[in-house]
Ligand binder design. Structure first.
Ligand code: MG
Length: 261
């Protein structure tokens, strides 16, 4: 008997809830506000975005790029030194510069913070050695964080040490290596780490890398300096040079340009 009375009561309650209520004062006010909105409300015109003229090819420097190497001896001497700040013994010929074994790495005279980098490189056509011993060099971002240069065309090595890796921290997403002797390109977006006054990390270095147009590092956060042995750590620093490694193999570099960000 009780159950029978309950059903009509529930139906009545449902009907009340389901009935469309009249708009409230607040709802009317919201409608009025929306009616005032126009597309222009969210369009900003100033300051006008700076104009940069792109290069003819994607590999060509845009108008605001700083050219660190254009294939000439003059450009090399003007922008690079050995690690001691003296003229480097690397060899400039055929529109590129090649590691001369035993002369040590080179560094850019320009010190950089955040940047976009375009750098062309080539491992030797004559294949010698294996694993880390084949066409090894490296691009040290701010002189500390190595983006590996290596011939990994049908050449296995530890995954976080192959071309496109941030050495011993991040393996590349894919192996996008061309054949030895062919020119390859890294396009890098780099955000320098920031440090607190006490020298501890405020924000880590971040890197995005495309190898031959293929994404191999996607906005990764670095753990510290890239180390051959040991755990990566940070030591506070400011603007610093780009450095290229002499690992004893005759790796060549072609056009190098940066845009400060
Ligand atoms: Mg290396």
């Amino acid at each position: 008997m009780k159950k029978l009375l309950l059903i009509p009561a529930l139906l009545l309650a449902f009907n009340v809830i389901a009935q469309k209520a009249e708009p409230t004062k607040e709802e009317f006010a919201k409608k009025e506000e929306l009616a005032k909105m126009k597309p222009e409300m969210t369009e900003f015109w100033d300051p006008e975005v700076a104009v940069v003229t792109p290069g003819q090819l994607p590999s060509d420097p845009p108008s605001d790029a700083i050219i660190l190497f254009d294939g000439t001896q003059e450009s090399f001497n003007a922008n690079w030194t050995n690690s001691k700040g003296e003229p480097s013994g690397w060899t400039v010929a055929d529109h590129c510069v090649t590691v001369t074994k035993g002369t040590g790495g080179i560094k850019s005279k320009m010190e950089l913070m955040d940047f976009q980098l375009h750098i062309e490189w080539r491992t030797p056509a004559e294949v010698k050695g294996e694993s880390q011993g084949r066409g090894n060099s490296g691009i040290f971002l701010q002189g500390r964080y190595e983006l590996q240069v290596l011939d990994n065309y049908e050449n296995r090595t530890y995954r976080n040490g192959q071309a496109g890796s941030i050495y011993k921290q991040y393996a590349p997403l894919v192996n996008a290596c061309k054949k030895p002797g062919e020119w390859q390109v890294y396009d890098v977006i780099y955000t320098a780490p920031r440090f607190k006054e006490d020298g501890t990390v405020f924000s880590p270095a971040r890197v995005t890398v495309l190898q031959n147009g293929v994404l191999v590092q996607n906005n990764i956060s670095l753990f510290g300096h890239t180390e051959y042995i040991g755990i990566p750590k940070y030591a506070a620093h400011g603007a610093a040079s780009l450095e290229l490694q002499d690992h004893g193999n005759p790796v060549s570099y072609g056009n190098i340009w940066v845009r400060k960000l």
